[in-house]
Structures are given as C-alpha cells and as structure tokens.
Design a binder for this molecule. Structure first.
Ligand code: ADP
Length: 164
C-alpha cells in the first residue's frame, strides 16, 4: 500500500525501487482542487463594507469573493482589507466594497481540475490565504469553490494518515 512493493502475476512481489520522496511526489500529484475545495462565500460588489464585515462573522470565513450583477468574479476582500477600511474615518455602511477590494485582473484563481500542490505554491508565492475556484466562461469567471490554507492542511494530514 505504501508503494515500495508491487505485485505481478506469476512473479510475486518485487521492490519498485522508488524512494520515499518519489512516492510522496506521486501521491501529491494525485490530489486535485476538486477533492478538497470548500464552499465559497460571495457578496455583491455594491454591498457596504459594514455588511461585508457582518458576512465574515456570519459565514465564519476569512475571505469574501466579490461578484457583479451577472455573478462573475470581480474582486477579493480579505480580513485585513476590511480592517484597513475600518480604521479610516469613513462611514462603513456608506462605503461600497468595490472601493477597497483587490480587483480583476489582479486576482489569482484556480480551477477544480488543478493539482492542489500547484495551488499551495501559488498561496506561498503570492502570500495570500485563499484562492477562488472558478469555472472560466466566455462571459467571465463563475466562482464555484475556494481553497484555503485549511484545505491544504487537511490534504496534508490525509496524506500522512494514508486516507487518500
Ligand atoms: P489578509 O489580508 O487578511 O492577511 P490575505 O493574505 O489573503 O489576507 O490577503 C492579502 C491581500 O491580498 C489582500 O489585500 C487581499 O485582498 C489580497 N488577496 C487575497 N486573496 C487573493 C487572491 N486570490 N488573488 C489576489 N489577491 C488576493
């Protein structure tokens, strides 16, 4: 089961010659975004910063994805984006989130059939906590899921426990 041994009819068991690192890489390359993604929390670009903060608490997430009236991805709002807006002098219930969000085309995203290890590399590279999982259409990006550092940690634990 660990991959060190393999079996062939009329030959029996034999040593595959694979190192632990090779086997780990092989297993990592079999984990996809679709296996570990969670549900995204999306908000409309016209809602206020105040309402976005309420959503963060109600939905218990760190990042909100912002969509336009056609439900296409237009922005990302992190906890610190919301905190930064809150320490200013603005009236939070009158400030739309599209003023403070990180917007397209600067959003890093992934698709459900991407390898989870590639998403992990992007999170490290861009120093962000999550990526929206999208379906690319001619009209725009439909948000179908999210991958956070927690999802990656779950995959890591499953890998060690042999639960993949
Ligand atoms: P926090 O700001 O709470 O530490 P992040 O590290 O995820 O959370 O976000 C850092 C900055 O990067 C924020 O300004 C946020 O809007 C932006 N950001 C977060 N996720 C993405 C993403 N997938 N693509 C582009 N920018 C993002």
């Amino acid at each position: 089961m660990a991959g060190y041994l393999d079996a062939r009819p009329r030959v029996g068991y034999f040593y595959t010659g694979k190192t632990g690192a090779q086997l780990l890489t092989e297993n990592l390359n079999k984990i996809f975004v679709r296996d570990y993604q969670s549900l995204p929390v999306v908000v409309n670009e016209n809602i206020s910063v105040y309402d976005a903060i309420v959503s963060v608490f109600l939905e218990d997430v760190g990042t909100l994805y912002v969509v336009d009236e056609n439900s296409h991805l237009v922005g990302v709002l992190s906890r610190k984006d919301l905190l930064r807006a809150s320490i200013g002098k603005q009236e939070l219930s009158a400030l739309p989130v599209n003023i403070i969000m990180t917007r397209m085309p600067n959003i890093t995203y992934c698709e459900k059939d991407d390898m989870l290890i590639d998403v992990a590399k992007k999170l490290i590279d861009k120093q962000i906590d999550s990526l929206p999982v999208v379906k690319v259409t001619d009209q725009g990006l439909e948000v179908t899921g999210r991958i956070t550092k927690t999802n990656i940690t779950k995959a890591f634990v499953a890998l060690v426990d042999g639960d993949l």
